[in-house]
Design a protein around this ligand. Structure first.
Ligand code: PBG
Length: 321
């Protein structure tokens, strides 16, 4: 019998004609770390050309990224002062409003909504006096962050804390303030993963005791992960997400089917570092490996991808339209 699989691989024209998975640069989201404590910029080990920036440098970086077809950003804001509950969000307001003032609707600006960069203990929640998670107080704090972002002009919010009921609380707080058109991209199936290491250094958000297994998902459990995404959908999330992305490929199609919503994948810092560090050791080619990893997530069902390499989209041949 003739081998039909070989016949359709003759050259790139035919291979492109047959490519099932293609996407636009706007389907890649670039994280940006901005710290109130950084004077200039600090490298993030393992994350290549990603730095922790001060606000001015972040604006310069976004300007550069825009020229490279990258215009969809996810902000992580790191304030100088930490607290237990009464968080000072003035740096957050300033950063968002200045960026939006500079770029208006040339960019789409998401911001991570979480407490781990704000709390003295580095956990994503508020604790009661007995060191138990105070879910209600956590929701109040998260809602306040979302409103602050909205007041400053954010385009969309991305809650990553994994508290119970956060999507509902944030949605109703936003709606009460007439921010009913601000979308929520929820980290809906987020595991307590070992692959967030480089991020936690950058965001100064490593827990000072224990770990996040009390609130993030157990990576042994698929049903819980599906349930978490279903719940976020019921609570009003507009977009869902799996994280770590490459290690959650098995969930994407099921989440889509069960919720009817679009689901993205977050190629997290540890996954990204695995590729960049291998490339530095000349074990693989960085751009080729990134290109493959993104297509694999797309093939598995990801509508959009959050990746530290989004700013390479032009270099890798993705077009805006
Ligand atoms: C905040 C948050 C984390 C990441 C995104 N938002 C860290 C964590 O949950 O510990 C990880 C992203 C990455 O590793 O690239 N809660």
């Amino acid at each position: 019998m003739n081998d039909k699989l070989l016949r359709l691989k003759k050259n790139s024209i035919l291979r492109n004609m047959c490519a099932e998975t293609t996407f636009l640069s706007d389907q890649l989201i670039q994280p940006i770390f901005i710290s109130e404590k950084v004077n200039d910029k600090e490298p993030i080990p393992g994350l290549g050309d990603n730095y922790v920036l001060n606000l001015n440098n972040a604006i310069v970086q976004i300007e550069k990224d825009l020229k490279n077809n990258c215009r969809n950003f996810l902000l992580f804001l790191i304030p100088a002062k930490k607290n237990e509950y009464d968080f000072d969000l003035s740096f957050h307001s300033k950063a968002i409003s200045q960026i939006k003032k500079n770029f208006n609707d040339e960019i789409f600006l998401w911001a991570d909504v979480c407490l781990c960069s704000l709390t003295t203990h580095g956990h994503c929640c508020v604790f009661d006096t007995k060191q138990r998670i105070d879910n209600d107080k956590s929701l109040q704090a998260l809602s306040k962050i979302a409103i602050t972002y909205a007041d400053a002009g954010i385009d969309g919010v991305a809650p990553s804390d994994m508290m119970d009921g956060r999507t509902k609380a944030i949605r109703s707080s936003l709606d009460n303030k007439n921010y009913n058109l601000i979308p929520i991209m929820s980290y809906s199936s987020k595991f307590a993963s070992n692959f967030y290491g480089p991020f936690r250094d950058a965001a100064d958000s490593a827990p000072s005791f224990g770990n996040r297994k009390h609130y993030q998902l157990d990576y042994r459990n698929k049903n819980d992960a599906l349930r978490a995404s279903r719940r976020c959908a019921q609570e009003g999330a507009d977009l869902l997400m799996v994280k770590p992305g490459l290690y959650s490929l098995d969930l994407l199609e099921s989440i889509k089917k069960q919720t009817g919503l679009m689901v993205g994948a977050y190629q997290v810092s540890g996954e990204y570092a695995g590729i960049t560090l291998s490339a530095e050791k000349k074990l693989l080619n960085l751009n080729d490996a990134l290109y493959e990893s993104w297509h694999v997530m797309k093939r598995a069902g990801a509508q959009f991808i959050i990746t530290y390499g989004a700013r390479k989209s032009k270099e890798l041949g993705f077009s805006v339209q």
